[in-house]
Ligand binder design. Structure first.
Ligand SMILES: Nc1ncnc2c1ncn2[C@@H]1O[C@H](COP(=O)(O)OP(=O)(O)OP(=O)(O)O)[C@@H](O)[C@H]1O
Ligand SMILES: O=c1[nH]c(=O)c2[nH+]cn([C@@H]3O[C@H](COP(=O)(O)O)[C@@H](O)[C@H]3O)c2[nH]1
Ligand SMILES: NC(=O)CC[C@H](N)C(=O)O
Ligand SMILES: [Mg+2]
Length: 537
């Protein structure tokens, strides 16, 4: 296909740069929680990004950070090759909060002592605030958060302990296991906590972070994803002065928000393409046409490609092969459709910040190959436009609301690109597809009717591939076993099953076995992630 050559550079909108804001940077030292720290900080109205922990001080300071947060991490600071930060940061005058490994690193780097503890400290722990030597105040870090002598519940996850704070520092809190559970420098803006203020199990964690940011680091706040929308439109107009763009519109909130934003900037230079791969939920293609095509006021090409996807999936049982086939077929359909439009130069995607950070390291094992439109730009010579690359899902929802998208779209549960195919164990047969679609509609309807839709991350039905014996109308029935899955999650990375009320489960089961009468049995999936994943395939 002809067209301008591929540009590796992604057109995006950098909220930090836009707001003229001086961000808070989380230095990632291998933590599970680096993204969570960033989310908490943004929830406090402060723009924050996660950056690699080993960035040179100069590169970090060029961003004019208001504060640095050193994350936790799985290593031990005294082990050879353990991750570190540029030592110039300690004297740069920028306020630093070290969390867990981050505090241990600060302690060791500045002359304190860290060693393997006699005991591990994992989970809930009681923190005793030590206060200033004269007992008059709780010290700078806990000023306004607690008082000397207070015992506060916090959440710990460590095996190493700081036994001696560095010269110039003092311990301001301890637990039964950690003599230095929090420390601060007597004058310089250097602070450390052994516990995790970012997790919900540390009830005063948010108050501590707010105090660190606003009082100790003097941030001005003002981060609001809704303002981002207004600024992003101008930035996009400047960056995309001419040529047409296509957006792959799935019906999900991410691509809908990206589409709405770019539509404001480009107007009729944007066309949406929705691929109906036949693996959609009940009523989905109509929903997309009606709620997105008409409401967003942009031309929408809906491609009915169900037959070719089902044909390509015939006889395929392996989950990864299914995903690959869907991805490839998707690219073909998209290419044919977009290729027929004149002067298309850009492809808009709804990639979010967690996707970017999580695919950054490349060290994580492939659990599932997530379907996306990633293979397209190179093949078509298109430039990628990802305006939401720096936003979290809750921020995207706030932005979507600001852009006037209705609740029906804003509050939608995520739906995987490969659709119902990953909710069918084994081959995607018409029988399985029809069954899972009918059951899914019942699950969704009942969860919504119970007023729980906004409280759960996803609720759906699964074709388990098993059959079992039942009895209906005095006759033997050998029918499919359908599972119901309902999970709570913040970002899809971890999840827990939702304790749905028994009456609701009962209603779902009753409706399924009555309205989809050949189903013999309904089971409820009570597996958290990990070790299970959210989707079954
Ligand atoms: N059926 C489809 N037609 C067109 N584009 C699609 C389709 N399915 C997925 N995509 C594209 O793949 C991207 C990734 O899908 P993903 O499910 O992660 O995001 P989303 O659907 O926009 O939002 P959500 O995560 O809430 O479902 C989408 O943003 C969209 O651009
Ligand atoms: O766009 C997507 N393409 C995919 O291939 C895909 N697989 C899973 N998901 C969604 O991602 C979240 C985590 O799912 P898992 O625990 O099953 O990996 C859940 O929200 C899933 O619905 C996908 N989304
Ligand atoms: N969660 C962490 O940051 C752990 C730090 C270090 N690995 C320890 O066990 O003490
Ligand atoms: Mg989706």
């Amino acid at each position: 296909m002809s067209g301008p050559s591929v540009s590796a550079e992604v057109v995006t909108v950098d909220p930090g740069g836009l707001a003229g804001a001086e961000p808070v940077l989380v230095l990632d030292l291998g933590a599970q929680y680096a993204l969570l720290i960033a989310r908490r900080i943004r929830e406090l109205g402060v723009y924050c990004e996660v950056v690699p922990g080993d960035l040179p001080a100069q590169a970090l300071l060029e961003r004019r950070p208001r504060a640095l947060v050193l994350s936790g991490g799985p290593s031990s600071v005294y082990a050879p090759g353990a991750p570190g930060v540029d030592p110039e940061l300690w004297s740069a005058g920028v306020p630093v909060l070290g969390i867990c490994y981050g505090m241990q690193l600060m302690a060791q780097a500045l002359g304190g002592e860290v060693r393997r503890g006699d005991r591990q400290e994992f989970g809930r722990s009681e923190l005793e605030l030590l206060g200033a030597p004269d007992g008059s105040s709780s010290g700078r870090l806990f000023d306004g958060v607690g008082r000397p002598g207070d015992r506060l519940v916090c959440w710990m996850s460590h095996g190493d302990v700081v036994v001696e704070p560095p010269p110039g520092f003092r311990s301001v809190a301890r637990t039964a296991v950690s003599p230095v559970a929090a420390m601060e420098h007597e004058q310089r803006p250097l602070f450390g906590v052994q516990f995790h203020p970012e997790v919900a199990h540390t009830p005063f964690g948010t108050a501590l972070l707010r105090h660190f940011l606003y009082d100790l680091a003097g941030v001005s706040g003002g981060w609001d994803p809704r303002d981002f929308g207004r600024r992003a439109v101008d930035a996009l107009r400047q960056q995309l002065p001419e040529g047409r763009a296509v957006v792959a519109l799935s019906g999900g909130v991410d691509s809908a928000t990206a589409a709405a934003l770019v539509h404001r900037a480009l107007g009729d230079r944007l066309t949406a393409i929705f691929v109906d791969h036949g693996l959609m939920r009940q009523g989905e293609p109509d929903f997309v046409r009606r709620e997105l095509g008409e409401r967003l006021g942009m031309p929408l090409i809906a491609v009915d490609a169900g037959a070719r996807f089902l044909q390509a999936l015939r006889g395929v049982r392996d989950p990864e092969r299914k995903r690959r086939i869907i991805g490839q077929e998707f690219i073909r359909v998209f290419e044919e459709t977009a290729g027929a439009l004149p002067d298309v130069r850009y492809l808009v995607q709804g990639t979010l910040y967690p996707d970017v950070v999580e695919s950054g390291g490349g060290k994580t094992a492939t659990i599932k190959s997530h379907h996306n439109v990633g293979g397209l730009p190179e093949r078509m010579g298109l430039r990628l436009v990802e305006p939401l690359r720096f936003l979290f899902k809750d921020e995207v929802r706030a932005l979507a609301r600001e852009l006037g998208l209705p609740d029906r779209i804003v509050d939608r549960h995520p739906f995987p690109g490969p659709g119902l195919a990953v909710r069918i164990v084994g081959e995607v047969t018409p029988e399985a597809l029809e069954t899972v679609r009918a059951c899914d509609a019942i699950v969704v309807e009942e969860v919504e009717r119970a007023g729980l839709a906004r409280e759960v991350w996803q609720a759906f039905a699964v074709w388990t591939g098993s059959y079992s014996v039942g009895v209906k109308g005095d006759a033997r029935l050998y029918g499919p076993v359908v599972a119901v899955r309902c999970v709570q999650s913040h970002d899809g990375m971890t999840a827990d099953w939702v304790r749905l009320p028994y009456e609701l489960l009962d209603r779902i089961s009753h409706r399924i076995t009555n309205e989809v009468p050949y189903v013999s049995r309904v089971v409820y999936d009570i597996s958290p992630k990990p070790p299970a994943t959210i989707e079954w395939e």
